[in-house]
Design a protein around this ligand. Sequence first.
Ligand code: CA
Length: 501
Amino acid sequence: MSNNISRRSFVKRSTAATAGVGLLSSNLLSSCAKIGDKKRPNILFIFPDQYRKQSLGFLNCDPVLTPNIDKLASEGVHFTNAVSNHPLCSPFRGMLFTGKYPLSNGVQSNCHSGRTEYGNFLKSDEVCLSDVLKDAGYATGYLGKWHLDGPTPTKPGEPKIWDSYCPPGPHRHGFEFWYSYGTHNRHNHPYYWVNDAKENERTDVNEWSPEHEANVMIDYLENKDGEFRDENKPFFMCWGINPPHTPFTEVPARYKKRFEGMTNEDLLNRPNVQTHFSEFNKESGFGDSGVEKKLDQAKDYFACVEGVDDQVGRVLDVLDKQGLKDDTIVIFCSDHGEMLGSHGLMHKNVWYNESYEIPFIVSWPKNIQPGEDNLLLSVPDIMPTLLAYLGLEDKIPEGVEGQDYSAVFNGEDFKRPDAALYFFDKPEEENEKRRGVKTHEYTYVIAYDRKNQKHVFLYDDINDPYQMTNIAGQKPDVEKELHMKLEKLLHETKDYFISYI
Ligand code: CA
């Protein structure tokens, strides 16, 4: 494989990606019966932060090489239409672990000290995926970025606190092995609280966090002298890798090398990329601004992506060498994407594909036939789907709002969702709030801006895959149908926003 990226290869990749739109398959999968009483498989759940779907190398969209993730996908199922219903760190994690939407689990926006008084954190009495798996006999572990606790509120005038210590006990929700922090973006100088360490006993490290964590994960998998887990139990190990989250610049030089001298024009092949934050976005507050200054980091974002792939590959190699591959379901996803200049925006939160769609790969070659599936998978569906697949459907906690789609792995017919919710809210703000739906054909969003002005967005995702033209008002029948789907989702999730549509 060539290490050089040429402009021509970008164009080719971009064309291939466009041509692939709309050709998604479904119902490709068939596999063994449910797991039931046999020894359950291990689960290795890997989710880098802000890793956009377009940066899966095998999709030939972004100019990245991700051979390890590509291999994982080729041996597993790539869910082509998985979404992050609220494309932001803490809300994703809240939905993932509780199987509930943000208004039901209280993690409405990112956890920081200014939101703790609104209950914007994961409560200790929620029954999480990890609680259920521990009770079902799993050895459990959490490695990396957690970002689900509420830091102690600060006094007026004092700066906000983002990070927080998660003490051993109910706030860790059944996770036994613990090598984690709340949130910080010190990729080159991370710190962690390890197992029973007290708040003043954190471990500081001078190593790129994905590399350091891969080393920890390798130790966990090798489990010399049974130091990390009980070998007689299957394990559930979660790895919340922080990169390619900002700051993109904090990535080892060896990963930057391949992109040296590359410009944004060389690297950003999506036709919806704009190098200026629009007046409309400035006025409305939609999206994270600063694209003018930040776009020069595109090369570093891609370097982070390739570095993450490399570290994930080290771990997957060890999983194989240790003879664990046959007994382990590997799930790879991300909490949201990265706009990287598309629509003149950086980062996440918005409804556009670059932010809202996520990678989602489930790989267990021994039992799950590889392929791709266009299931419109929402984050709260992950918990009930996984539990049911493991034969633990009767342990799905009451109040879970996600649906069990485990039939997708068993070759059974099942009712597929026809819409996924888009959600944006801040508990401390009256005005800024948005809801929407994504179907296989359209994206439809009702958004209230900073000044409480209402805006409607509608995109034809088949004929306009880069969402270049807002066609709200131009297709009344389509809009009416999408409006009804949104209404239904809001009704099901008891969302107050129903009175705003
Ligand atoms: Ca995030």
